[in-house]
Design a binder for this molecule. Structure first.
Ligand code: GLY
Length: 338
């Protein structure tokens, strides 16, 4: 009989059971194929399933795949999270991250990103223009400077000194969308789940038991020039505590910042809540701090030290990608408050 996992709430219990069944079937014929670095035990409150990687939206599938290439052979979570989100940053069809991102109201694409490792070290860039991989610049800030955050021209100067080429991030598609917006009513509050906002946040647990996370975005479409969202703000768009877990956010960054969302998710996990419950409680906090919550989307995903995951959001339509030894890179429909 299939066991119900008490740690998984109904929003992904079904996916867990289906995937566990698939996993058990495939382990009979293919257990030897699993890399020795992949540790997997029956899910129970004390089980550890690792490595594991989760990330926001369906662009999380290719990002997870790149991260998994590193994790499956015993690589470090910090390398995996950077490699994962770099895939999304380079994809010109994604209009919310990196190349092809929707611009601000002046037509400039400006990027925000941050990264955090198992030691609690972190790096961040904001309002960075003309650079394909803000996540790598953020990692260089973390590893090669005494600072946590560089913004604007200073971040660009730093990136150029580190050898990043300057490129045009505005694709014809995003330029055309911006031109259409210029001819419209020019609303700054973007459309839910379309422009509001499909950041990639990705967190990973490696086979050594260490956690890391990365978050990168072009921010809200048509934002005021100079606007920075939650994604490069440590504690808002991303937080990692190697004793507890990791969390990342997507959606309307202003609302996430008001609740210091990802720090709260991790602190709720520290208090004994599952990743799923911690995300649900944090969405309630966001709602309580944002009277306009019916007009916005905010979502959180979280990964525990034992490989357990969760996700929750305000509005329907958010999904996230999960890759573990027992779940081969699947998109999970997030539970939602509405
Ligand atoms: N969550 C991304 C942003 O608001 O910029």
């Amino acid at each position: 009989m299939q066991a119900i996992n008490p740690y998984f709430s109904d929003s992904h219990q079904f996916a867990y059971m289906t995937n566990r069944r698939k996993f058990l079937q495939s382990s009979v014929v293919g257990a030897a194929a699993l890399h020795a670095a992949c540790r997997s035990e029956a899910q129970s409150p004390t089980a550890i399933i690792r490595p594991a990687v989760i990330s926001t939206w369906n662009h999380g599938i290719p990002a997870n795949a790149a991260a998994w290439e590193i994790l499956k052979s015993g690589g470090k979570a910090i390398d995996a999270v950077e490699a994962g989100v770099r895939v999304t940053e380079s994809d010109p069809t994604g209009q919310s991250v990196g190349v092809g991102g929707r611009p601000d109201m002046n037509g400039n694409v400006t990027l925000d990103a941050c990264i955090m490792n198992e030691k609690g070290d972190c790096g961040s860039v904001a309002y960075l223009q003309n650079i394909e991989h803000p996540i790598t610049v953020a990692r260089q800030v973390m590893e090669e400077t005494p600072h946590v955050m560089l913004v604007g021209d200073g971040a660009l100067q730093f990136a150029l000194e580190k050898g990043h080429p300057e490129i045009n991030l505005l694709t014809e598609k995003s330029k055309a969308d911006w031109e259409a917006w210029m001819k419209s009513e020019r609303k700054v509050l973007p459309k839910i789940n379309v422009e509001n906002h499909d950041t990639i946040g990705l967190v990973a647990l490696d086979s050594h038991g260490d956690l890391s996370g990365a978050c990168t975005t072009s921010g809200a479409a048509w934002k005021l020039p100079g606007r920075v969202g939650d994604s490069p703000i440590i504690g808002a768009g991303l937080y990692v505590d190697n004793e507890v877990g990791a969390a990342t956010a997507t959606g309307w960054g202003e609302a996430v910042m008001r609740a210091v969302g990802c720090f709260l998710v991790v602190e709720l996990m520290r208090q004994g809540n599952t990743p799923q419950r911690a995300c649900e409680l944090t969405v309630e906090r966001v709602i309580s701090k944002n009277p306009d919550w019916r007009d916005i989307q905010v979502g959180f995903i979280a990964l525990g030290k034992n490989g357990e995951y969760g996700g929750y959001c305000i509005q329907p339509g958010f999904d996230y990608a999960v890759y573990r030894p027992d779940i081969e890179n699947q998109l999970i429909k997030s539970g939602s408050r509405v």
